[in-house]
Every structure is written in C-alpha cells, then in structure tokens.
Design a protein around this ligand. Structure first.
Ligand SMILES: [Zn+2]
Length: 308
C-alpha cells in the first residue's frame, strides 16, 4: 500500500439514475414556462424603499483574484454596488432589476455579513465539454414531499450556481450579459423556450455553429419573463413545467438515454446523485476493500444546459 495514494476525508461520488414522472400542466399557460416543483428563493428581506425580495449574486474566485472586466460588467453594470454603478452597457442584474418581479438582485462579493449569504453563485468551470453547451445552471437540494401539491415532490433548493466555460471572460459584455441573464432566468424558476415568445430571455442561444462567443442578442427581459417569474414566486403549484424523466448518469459523465442535442433544442434534466464517503481512495479511483463506501445521502440537481 502506497501511503501517497491514499486520500482521506474525500467524498467519492457514485452516480445513479432517477426518473420522475411528468405531471400534467394546469393553470398557468405562460411562456416561458415556470417550474412548479422547484422551491422559491427566500432572499434577504425587502430592499429599503423597494418591496422586492433581495437576492445576492456573487462571482466566485474561479475567475481569478480580480474578476475579468467583461464578466464583472456583464453581471452588474448599472446597478448600485460599488464598482458597478459607474459602469455602462448591459448587465444581467440590471436586466432583471429593470422589470417588476418579486426579486431584486444585487452583487454581493463578500458573503460573510448577516444579509450577505450567496443566493446565486457565478463560477467558471476549469474543464468543459460540448455536452455542457455554452453555459448551464445547477440547482441542488433535497427532494421532499411538496406541501402545496399532495402526492408530488418538491426540489428544496439549497444551492444555485451558474456555470461558464473556460475562456468566457473573453466574450463581449453583451454576450455575457445575455447568457447570464438567461441562466438567472432558470435560477428564478423559468424553463427554456424552444419556440414561441420570441422576445423571452429564455430563448436559446442561436449562434449558427459559430460557437459560444456570439448569438445571444437580448439585452432586456420580456413581459412574459416577468409574468412567469412572478407566477413561480407567487403560486408555483400553478406553473406549467415539471421535471422530466431523465438521463442515466455514468461515472464521471452523463449519458443521455434520449439524446436530442440537435439545433436548436437544448436539454435539461434532473439528476439524483448518491454521495458516498470513501475513507481510502485507491489510485484507480475505487475505495480500499477494507473500507467500503459509506452512504451519506442523495442530493438532487436540476441542471440546465443550453446549446450552441
Ligand atoms: Zn437554458
């Protein structure tokens, strides 16, 4: 046994399948669709002088000690946070704050204060593959019985993260603002739009095969987006989108049993991820036989992937 190969106190992930049945739509028929089975953000009380619920956005350190200008500006230009108010051009937070939803977003980079806990984190993945599209968001939490929908379950979300690929700091502020605005729409409870409501921020990025640095032209949030966010925040049980049956997940990646990554379609799905604690991880990634994996629990992830 080579001691150098042992990694203690490390979580090993074993990945598993979950299928959740579709619930038929009722009530709300708006576009974009909103999630009936994703929990609503509690936020941090109302903004003084503004009745909206405060939501904290944070750009994490994956972008480096100093956030690249385009990422920073595309996130918060024109909003009240220091370093944002003096910056011009479109930004995702301003896009959402310019309209009347239940939420008021703000950039809060230091998450230590009493009202400063992060609600929406923006991160840059160190590696990326084409299955991830140009950006995606993950909403992670436990599945619990839904108090508002007897017999159904609710994803009680504890973490909301927007992911960007390596190199995204080189996209234009306009492109980044549109893409971040789209992902924030997911985090605020919206699903993708594949056809219809053409002005929605939830329409897919159409670059025509020219990659991720172009093709997201929107600089504002539509009335339909506002109605759908408010439907989700105010009465999510009436929303028109539920979970999909989903992908089988294989170790280290995702295998879509029904691959429909064809332009302009995107896919999104729930995953159930079983967490296992492995005391000794061997060099081949397995647990040492004397210390079999210990089951810690299952987390659930609502993951969106947008396409090229
Ligand atoms: Zn999307």
């Amino acid at each position: 046994m080579n001691g150098a190969l042992l990694r203690r106190f490390t979580l090993g992930l074993l990945l598993l399948t979950l299928c959740v049945s579709e619930v038929s739509p009722q009530g709300f028929t708006g576009c974009p669709p909103c999630w009936r089975d994703a929990s609503v953000m509690a936020g941090h009380g109302a903004d003084p002088g503004d009745t909206r619920r405060l939501i904290n956005v944070r750009i994490d350190s994956t972008f480096g000690n100093q956030t690249p200008a385009n990422v920073w500006n595309a996130t918060c230009a024109g909003t009240q946070t220091a370093g944002c108010s003096n910056v011009t051009g479109p930004s995702a937070i301003k896009m959402w704050d310019d309209v009347s939803t239940y939420y008021k977003l703000r950039l809060v980079q230091d998450s230590q204060g009493s009202d400063d806990a992060t609600d929406i984190q923006i991160t840059q993945d160190s590696s990326w593959d084409s299955k991830k599209g140009c950006s995606y968001s993950t909403q992670t939490g436990q599945r619990v019985p839904d108090p508002e929908r007897p017999g159904a379950t609710l994803l009680q979300i504890s973490s909301r993260v927007i992911h960007l690929p390596p190199g995204s700091q080189n996209w234009s502020q306009e492109q980044l603002a549109c893409i971040l605005g789209h992902e924030m729409g997911h985090v605020l409870g919206l699903g993708d739009v594949k056809k219809g409501c053409s002005t929605s921020i939830m329409n897919q990025n159409h670059s025509g095969g020219r990659g991720c640095s172009t093709g997201c032209p929107r600089s504002q949030v539509s009335n339909g987006d506002v109605q759908s966010v408010n439907q989700q925040a105010g009465n999510r049980a009436g929303c028109n989108k539920g979970s999909k049956p989903v992908s089988r997940i294989v170790d280290g990646g995702y295998e879509d049993p029904n691959p429909y990554r064809y332009y302009p379609t995107c896919y999104y799905y729930y995953e159930a991820v079983d967490l296992w604690y492995c005391r000794w991880i061997m060099s081949d990634g397995t647990c040492h036989p004397e210390f079999p994996p210990e089951y810690l629990g299952t987390i659930y992830v609502l993951r969106d992937v947008r396409c090229y």
